[in-house]
Design a binder for this molecule. Structure first.
Ligand code: CA
Length: 217
């Protein structure tokens, strides 16, 4: 099981990483909110362990942003505060479980396993936007519940956009991301793929931002 540990207390993070590693988990670490968010967007994460008090971006901000981008990876929040208000706030923002510091490693392990069981891990991870749903594990895309027939390249393009909702993506970014070195790297073919994708997912989801590129959502 792949765990993302977002914790700025270096000593605690090292201790947890060591203990979880010995228990057979694969750990990725981030020590501030920005790195945490970036790693949280990676589809291979099974559970995110998120400290609330983080430099850069707070844990709650990270959580909100993860959920607003349609990432459904279960999140276990670590809180030193343990106050009722924090817990209610976090639950509303999409946390799946809580652990108040200090805690014992076996308790964290038990909760991680329970979360994984409850959510079925990856199989349930889907990127959602309006009527679109993209299952990360199977690559299946549905629009309003109806499966869409996308080519591998269209799927890759859509996944790229759905990870970057409301961000401007340049043609260059797309070329870099979509084509391997052997493929033709012509940015005018991007236009062609975009218009094909628009026909399948609905015309208004990908906007052309003149001179800059495209924006999804
Ligand atoms: Ca902290």
């Amino acid at each position: 099981m792949h765990i993302l540990l977002v914790e700025d207390d270096d000593e605690l993070a090292s201790r947890l990483a060591r203990g979880l590693g010995q228990a057979g988990f694969v750990i990725e670490r981030a020590s501030d909110g920005h790195d945490g968010l970036e790693l949280a967007l990676q589809p291979q994460m099974d559970v995110i362990v998120l400290d609330l008090g983080l430099p850069g971006k707070s844990g709650l901000e990270v959580l909100r942003e993860i959920r607003s981008r349609g990432i459904t990876t279960p999140v276990l929040v670590l809180t030193a505060r343990g106050t009722w208000a924090d817990k209610v706030g976090g639950l509303n923002d999409g946390a799946d479980d809580y652990l108040t510091k200090p805690f014992h490693l076996p308790e964290l392990i038990a909760r991680l396993n329970a979360l994984r069981r409850r959510t079925g891990g990856h199989a349930s991870s889907a990127l959602l936007f309006e009527d679109l749903s993209l299952n990360i594990a199977s690559g299946e895309v549905t629009r309003d519940g109806v499966p869409l027939d996308l080519t591998a390249l269209e799927l890759r393009m859509l996944k790229y956009f759905m990870h970057r909702v409301r961000h401007v993506v340049s043609q260059n970014d797309l070329v870099e991301h979509l084509y391997s070195v052997d493929d033709m790297r012509e940015s005018n073919t991007i236009e062609v793929y975009i218009s094909r994708l628009r026909r399948k997912i609905g015309p208004d989801k990908i906007k052309t931002i003149r001179g800059l590129g495209y924006r999804f959502g």
